[in-house]
Design a protein around this ligand. Structure first.
Ligand code: ZN
Length: 104
């Protein structure tokens, strides 16, 4: 079965060969950056076997978002929450980079 570029789950395709809409993984911060709320941003894009462009999009979006967040963290967040967000996004960027550069 085709694999989603972003969440790596097996998802069926639409008639035009794109990944069908499906939910995002809970606690996955990066999936909520540049995507529809409540839906995996890999939906509507070709599967992993065909393209990895969506992964690159997400890496760039997440890196931008991380930089902005670090430069100007939300005033009403506790330092611990800010650190957790940074850690989660850093981890997800690493995971996306690994997927993007994987040889198979
Ligand atoms: Zn997905």
């Amino acid at each position: 079965m085709p694999i989603c570029q972003i969440c790596a789950r097996k998802i069926t395709l639409t008639l035009d060969g794109m990944i069908r809409p499906h939910g995002y993984r809970q606690n996955d911060v990066v999936n909520n950056i540049g995507g529809r709320v409540g839906g995996c941003p890999g939906a509507g894009y070709p599967p992993y076997e065909v393209s990895r462009d969506r992964i690159l999009d997400k890496i760039r979006l997440a890196e931008d978002e991380l930089l902005k967040f670090q430069q100007d963290p939300p005033k009403d967040w506790r330092p611990r929450a800010i650190n957790e967000w940074i850690e989660a996004v850093t981890k997800d960027i690493k995971w996306l980079n690994e997927r993007y550069t994987q040889s198979n």
